[in-house]
Design a protein around this ligand. Structure first.
Ligand SMILES: [Zn+2]
Length: 283
């Protein structure tokens, strides 16, 4: 949390968001949002993921420079739309069909009444609508979930990526193994560019791009010996996650509520005055 004002139960937010509640990855002039995951310059959004320059969007995912949307996905520069997908510069649309202003509000009222009766209005899209398999999703990686239990609770999809063909038929016999990768960057010749390397722990292949290899050479970094999905998972494990726990300040023992961190589970936590004091003394 960097340069945030009046934000509560938020994490990984920076560059001046204010008055937010249960938000993560919110940046710049984001304000007055709640339960928002990923926002830049968004305001008055609720229960929405990836709200960029948008305001008053509810239960949406990826809404860009849009206003007054509900249950919309991947809409750009739209206003007053309900249940729409992939629209650009549209207004008064329901399920991607245009209506007059008067028809629109009447129809939205009717839809919401039915949704209220069914107990659906106010919920985000169900997990069963996700296109990805739960255990390989960002959600599972962020929460550090490796078992099906939590996924089952939220009705997530499960399928076997190997037998159902999601990752294709991978023949590892024509691939290089992780042990073949030279440890020292100076020993990695151009022949390694686009060479298929099989990572058995995830059952997938990866390769190095020319630009990637020249970056490692410039920085004198060893090339990675893991599939990039696992590398991203490792990085995510270093972020704080959206689960909170009680801890005590390592100096004054004041009780604190902090976001969990999967990698650094035993980190020392200080309350704000003790932390500032620590910085003053240790620079
Ligand atoms: Zn303290």
């Amino acid at each position: 949390m960097i340069k945030c004002l009046d934000c509560h139960y938020c994490y990984a937010c920076s560059s001046s968001p204010q008055h937010c509640y249960w938000c993560n990855f919110c940046f710049d002039a984001t304000e007055n949002c709640a339960f928002v995951d990923g926002a830049t310059d968004a305001s008055f959004c609720f229960y929405t993921g990836a709200a960029l320059g948008s305001s008053n969007c509810k239960f949406c995912y990826t809404v860009i420079k849009s206003t007054n949307l509900e249950y919309c996905l991947f809409c750009h520069h739209c206003m007053d739309c309900f249940g729409c997908v992939g629209l650009n510069h549209k207004q008064f649309h329901i399920f991607n069909k245009p209506y007059t202003e008067q028809e629109y509000w009447q129809k939205v009222d009717e839809l919401k009444c039915v949704m209220f009766e069914r107990g659906e209005y106010g919920n985000f899209f169900p997990s069963s609508h996700a296109a990805s398999q739960f255990l390989e999703s960002m959600e599972a990686a962020m929460l550090g979930v490796q078992t099906k239990e939590m996924g089952k609770k939220i009705g997530a999809n499960f399928f076997n990526t190997k037998t159902d063909g999601a990752v294709g038929n991978i023949d590892s016999t024509d691939s290089y193994s992780l042990a073949d990768i030279p440890e020292c960057i100076d020993d990695v010749s151009d022949e390694w560019i686009q060479r298929p390397i099989f990572d058995p722990s995830i059952g997938r292949r990866f390769a190095f791009f020319p630009q990637e290899l020249s970056f490692y050479r410039k920085k004198q970094l060893a090339v990675p010996n893991k599939h990039f999905i696992l590398r991203v998972r490792d990085l995510l494990a270093e972020c704080n996650v959206g689960q909170y726990e009680k801890k005590f300040c390592g100096k004054c023992q004041k009780e604190l509520i902090i976001a969990k961190n999967l990698k650094y589970q035993d980190r020392i936590i200080y309350c704000k005055p003790c932390y500032l004091n620590y910085l003053e003394q240790n620079g």
